[in-house]
Design a protein around this ligand. Structure first.
Ligand code: AMP
Length: 218
């Protein structure tokens, strides 16, 4: 089963997606993580994506789509996946449907994690990410045991370049213009499920798992 996690930056998708993927028995695919890895490794895709990401703009569709479709063709994603950060606009959503349909598959549901904008800004500005394993912390809401060090792997915690205030504002604007219309896209095909993301993380997980139970396998 393929599940899309929709929701603005800071809604908690990156923290929740691995838990959902594990429960689903599938993989967590984050295009943001893939792009950051490409950037870190200095690949041509990464170098092309860098300026867009730092500004908080979307990376051009051809780069992201190529990367995503290739990832979906790998064996571990052949039956189930939780997509986090993809699709980000209508074109990507249509191309995803097309690619999966060609393989006799489809997106079972899109879960829309709703969080008020003022809370998103607060969450993103205090967010720290492990440079080694990608675990996410917050200086106020989820501090690590030792400042600057990941509880999971001991890696160094860093603030993402695009979690700076100007980039955060741009990312939220881009979300409203480009990504929010996907809510209607999935609603009109009866694939949308809404979840309140402004609750304790454990409660959000519980509601997401309950929402996934209602998704119809394609
Ligand atoms: P995220 O980690 O999902 O917040 O993504 C970080 C950044 O990577 C975004 O602000 C975009 O610049 C880029 N990005 C991630 N996913 C996509 C996508 N599906 N389409 C275009 N750009 C993306």
């Amino acid at each position: 089963m393929y599940v899309v996690l929709l929701g603005p930056p800071g809604a908690g998708k990156g923290s929740q997606a691995p838990i959902l993927a594990e429960r689903l028995g599938g993989v967590h695919i984050s295009t943001g993580d893939m792009l950051r890895a490409a950037l870190k490794n200095g690949t041509p895709f990464g170098l092309k994506a860098k300026a867009y990401m730092e500004r908080g703009d979307l990376v051009p569709d051809d780069i992201v789509l190529g990367m995503l479709i290739e990832r979906l063709e790998q064996a571990d994603a052949s039956e189930s996946a939780v997509l986090d950060g993809f699709p980000r606009n209508l074109f990507q959503a249509e191309q995803l449907d097309r690619a999966l349909e060609e393989a006799g598959k489809g997106v079972s549901c899109a879960v829309n994690v709703r969080v008020p904008t003022d809370i998103l800004v607060e969450r993103l500005a205090g967010r720290w990410t492990c440079s080694r394993c990608g675990s996410i912390y917050h200086e106020q809401f989820r501090p690590p045991k030792q400042a600057g060090v990941c509880d999971n792997c001991g890696g160094e915690l860093r603030q993402r370049a695009d979690d700076r205030r100007e980039a955060v504002e741009r990312r939220l604007e881009v979300y409203q213009q480009e990504t929010a219309p996907l809510i209607e896209f999935y609603r009109s095909s009866q694939r949308l499920v809404d979840v309140d993301g402004d609750q304790a993380p454990e409660r959000v997980t519980w509601e997401l798992l309950a929402a996934m139970e209602r998704c119809q396998p394609v």
